[in-house]
Design a protein around this ligand. Structure first.
Ligand SMILES: Cc1cc2nc3c(=O)[nH]c(=O)nc-3n(C[C@H](O)[C@H](O)[C@H](O)COP(=O)(O)OP(=O)(O)OC[C@H]3O[C@@H](n4cnc5c(N)ncnc54)[C@H](O)[C@@H]3O)c2cc1C
Length: 111
């Protein structure tokens, strides 16, 4: 096989670039040093029985355009809205939640 492009690193930027080049008809080779692709966006079982996001924990930098053009939903991409998106426990036992609903967040702030 003759490669048109070799990409070092199978993080999401390398994978997106490879996908677009492949769709344009190029022969692309992605070389990843780890045993899994995804870079900082992976989910790993770092303790037996617990799968966690070891780096990125929410999908904020992935452009909607890429999701659409690369048909990621067809390949299993699914976004679970975070609600509440934010929780902060305080040392004195109080806490603050922020919710998707601004009215609920306002009443939390009002406490
Ligand atoms: C702790 C943390 C939390 C984050 N949280 C979020 C978040 O919640 N939401 C969000 O949108 N973004 C988050 N980010 C940012 C996001 O993870 C990065 O923007 C994104 O991962 C960058 O993708 P990338 O493909 O450029 O690089 P990376 O994800 O870093 O991927 C690079 C890949 O290249 C491989 N590699 C490196 N050198 C070589 C080599 N010489 N040969 C072969 N392979 C190599 C690495 O193993 C890795 O797989 C977070 C980042 C960190 C560090």
């Amino acid at each position: 096989m003759i490669w048109d492009t070799i990409i070092a690193g199978g993080g999401h930027n390398g994978l997106v670039t490879a996908a677009y080049l492949a769709r344009a008809g190029r022969n692309v080779l992605v070389l990843e040093r780890r045993e899994m692709v995804g870079g900082c966006s992976v989910t790993e079982e770092i303790w037996p029985g617990y799968r966690v996001s070891t780096g990125a924990y929410l999908s904020s930098l992935l452009q909607e355009k890429l999701v659409r053009e690369l048909e990621l939903v067809r390949f299993g991409y699914h976004v679970e809205p975070k609600d509440p998106p934010f929780f902060s426990p305080l040392p004195d036992g109080r806490h603050l939640f922020m919710w998707q609903d601004p009215a609920r967040t306002h009443s939390e702030m009002a406490k």
